[in-house]
Design a protein around this ligand. Structure first.
Ligand code: PAF
Length: 281
């Protein structure tokens, strides 16, 4: 497995693969990998010839009060997981390589970033789209895979790719869950057993809302099911039903309803989502 740490060597490696007619698949990550990341590698493998991942804890998507310094890191464990998943390269740049002194350009998507995660973490998506654009320009992939667990990030990255004409196929992998229903996340390591028990009410609330939507519940009933099942130990940021493309609140006539929940248990912020309804148009 190749480990590349500079943009120039990454671009050179990718171009050499593409000259041989190979399609390059890419999974951007911040490391501390779990089975959700491995499933994205497998998804990218089904659509390309050579797959690699980046491991880069991106400082610009954390606010000063967030957990950048504590964010879990384990390069050796991650590279072993990527190797056994069949990855052929890891792009592992230092911060200075991605943000050299004097870098002053940002990528910012308007509209879909204004609510929910964008409202609670005002600089977050600008950091995400700036680094994803830079990673795309470094890895030069033909295909890139992102997880549905970060549904608003998927909508924002999709809009950026359309608006800036990135010639890359976007793949979205389903959320991978623990056997008890908790959505896999690198931040789950912070949860005590008690926190975790409260956290399970998030996926339970989403499933209850999905069942109600499947039996013809109105939007108001579905929203009530989503909010009333949550543990009071969760300091809720939002529990809402939205259009998954725009992240505007859904209406009774919206074709798709996506249930989205975010909140803190102790110092750990959890987010999750589920498609509650999809009416073919
Ligand atoms: O989803 C993540 O892990 C990050 O937001 C990403 C896409 C790797 C950008 O830093």
């Amino acid at each position: 497995m190749h480990i590349l740490t500079s943009v120039a060597e990454m671009q050179k490696y990718s171009r050499s693969l593409q000259r041989q007619g190979l399609r390059v698949g890419f999974v951007p990550t911040m490391g501390y990998l779990h089975d959700g990341h491995v499933s994205l590698v497998e998804l990218a493998q089904r659509h390309s010839d050579v797959v690699g991942a980046s491991i880069f804890v991106n400082p610009t998507q954390f606010s000063p009060t967030e957990d950048l310094a504590q964010y879990p890191r384990d390069f050796d464990g991650d590279s072993a997981k990527l190797q056994s998943a069949g990855c052929q390269f890891i792009f592992f740049p230092p911060v200075q390589e991605m943000y050299p002194d004097g870098a002053s350009t940002v990528v910012e998507v308007e509209g879909v970033t204004s609510r929910y995660e964008g409202a609670f973490r005002p600089t977050h998506f600008r950091g995400v789209t700036t680094i994803v654009a830079k990673l795309f320009n470094s890895v030069l992939p033909d295909v890139a895979a992102f997880g549905q667990k970060d549904a608003q990030q998927v909508a924002v990255v999709r809009k950026m790719m359309q608006d800036l004409n990135f010639p890359i196929q976007l793949l979205v992998g389903e959320t991978v869950r623990e056997p008890d229903g908790l959505a896999m996340s690198s931040r789950n390591v912070y949860l005590s057993p008690e926190d975790r028990a409260h956290g399970l009410s998030i996926s339970a609330a989403l499933r209850a809302a999905q069942q109600l939507a499947a039996t013809g519940g109105t939007l108001r009933e579905v929203e009530h099911a989503l909010r009333s099942q949550l543990s009071p130990a969760i300091a809720l940021d939002y529990a809402d039903v939205v259009d998954p493309q725009t992240f505007h609140p859904a209406t009774d006539s919206s074709a798709e309803w996506l249930g989205i929940i975010a909140g803190k248990i102790g110092r750990t912020r959890l987010i999750d989502n589920m498609l509650l309804r999809s009416i073919p148009q």
